[in-house]
Ligand binder design. Structure first.
Ligand SMILES: C[S@@+](CC[C@H](N)C(=O)[O-])C[C@H]1O[C@@H](n2cnc3c(N)ncnc32)[C@H](O)[C@@H]1O
Length: 261
């Protein structure tokens, strides 16, 4: 099991919110406007960030089912947002994806989840959601720019990418390739799917998120290469000593609407 701390999710939520591609959200809103009521399934909901970001943009009554394996995060989810009411369910998505109430779902969403999953899991998802709208936001895509550069940036980021591909209980993780892989699986199933960049652009005003992210990179790199722990600490100290830094972290949003009819 991979544990995500509530304070990390709270730190990233404002950056996620401004990064989401507005055109895909507008298209989702247009699609939903034709419906009397919308049933939404949010996979790996954390504390409900997708509900907070998306529900107010959909001008119809909605019932959301928020699913996660972590009861502490589920306990922090809101019960209503705008025209949406939400229920939570504790679920292991790696083992039990098929057991979710798919028949009742119109729209399946997730955010910051896909990098954890495997190619096989994506194929299962697309089969189960064959007649649903799919909106998967904020999947990291491997583009990382750290400015200014310091010694060992490239080496550390290679270790982070390798760590990213470790099994997170879903099988071999797709890491940075997940959003493109989902688009390809959808196309192979005869569905339209569009990817849009939804990058984090983190200046000094997001120093706390920058620090947490770089701490995470250092920890992942050290787990991947324990014999390089000292060198990794040195890299982290170099970045901490910068008077200011700018980070761009590439993410992708994906929207696939079901064929009309
Ligand atoms: C990076 S967090 C994203 C949370 C939320 N969607 C957001 O954007 O803030 C990934 C979430 O996936 C959940 N998760 C990871 N593996 C899971 C699994 N096997 N079953 C259910 N949830 C899982 C974690 O508990 C965590 O809440």
């Amino acid at each position: 099991m991979t544990a995500f701390a509530a304070d990390w999710l709270a730190l990233r939520e404002p950056a996620d919110r401004v990064a989401r591609d507005l055109e895909l959200l507008a298209r989702l809103a247009d699609w939903s406007a034709d419906r009397g009521r919308l049933s939404v399934l949010d996979l790996g909901c954390g504390t409900g960030a997708s509900l907070r970001a998306v529900a107010p943009l959909l001008a119809v009554p909605q019932s959301w089912l928020l699913v996660d394996q972590d009861p502490d995060l589920l306990a922090r989810c809101p019960e209503t947002v705008g025209m949406a009411t939400a229920a939570t369910a504790r679920f292991d998505l790696a083992a039990d994806l098929d057991l979710l109430p798919w028949d009742a779902v119109d729209l399946v969403t997730a955010s910051a989840l896909l990098d954890l999953v495997s190619a096989d899991w994506l194929r299962r998802l697309v089969a189960l959601a064959r007649d649903k709208a799919i909106y998967m936001a904020l999947s990291v895509d491997g583009r990382i720019e750290l400015t200014p550069a310091v010694a060992d940036d490239a080496h550390i980021l290679e270790l982070v990418a390798a760590h990213h591909r470790r099994d997170k209980s879903f099988g071999p993780a797709l890491g940075h390739t997940a959003a493109a892989a989902l688009r390809d699986v959808l196309h192979a199933a005869g569905r339209a799917a569009e990817l849009r960049s939804a990058d984090w652009v983190l200046g000094p005003e997001r120093a706390a998120l920058q620090a947490a992210l770089l701490d995470g990179y250092a920890a992942a790199a050290a787990e991947q290469a324990p014999h390089l722990a000292e060198r990794i600490r040195h890299w982290r100290a170099l970045r901490a000593a910068l008077s200011e830094q700018h980070l761009r972290i590439g993410h992708q949003d994906l929207l696939s609407l079901p064929a009309a009819g």
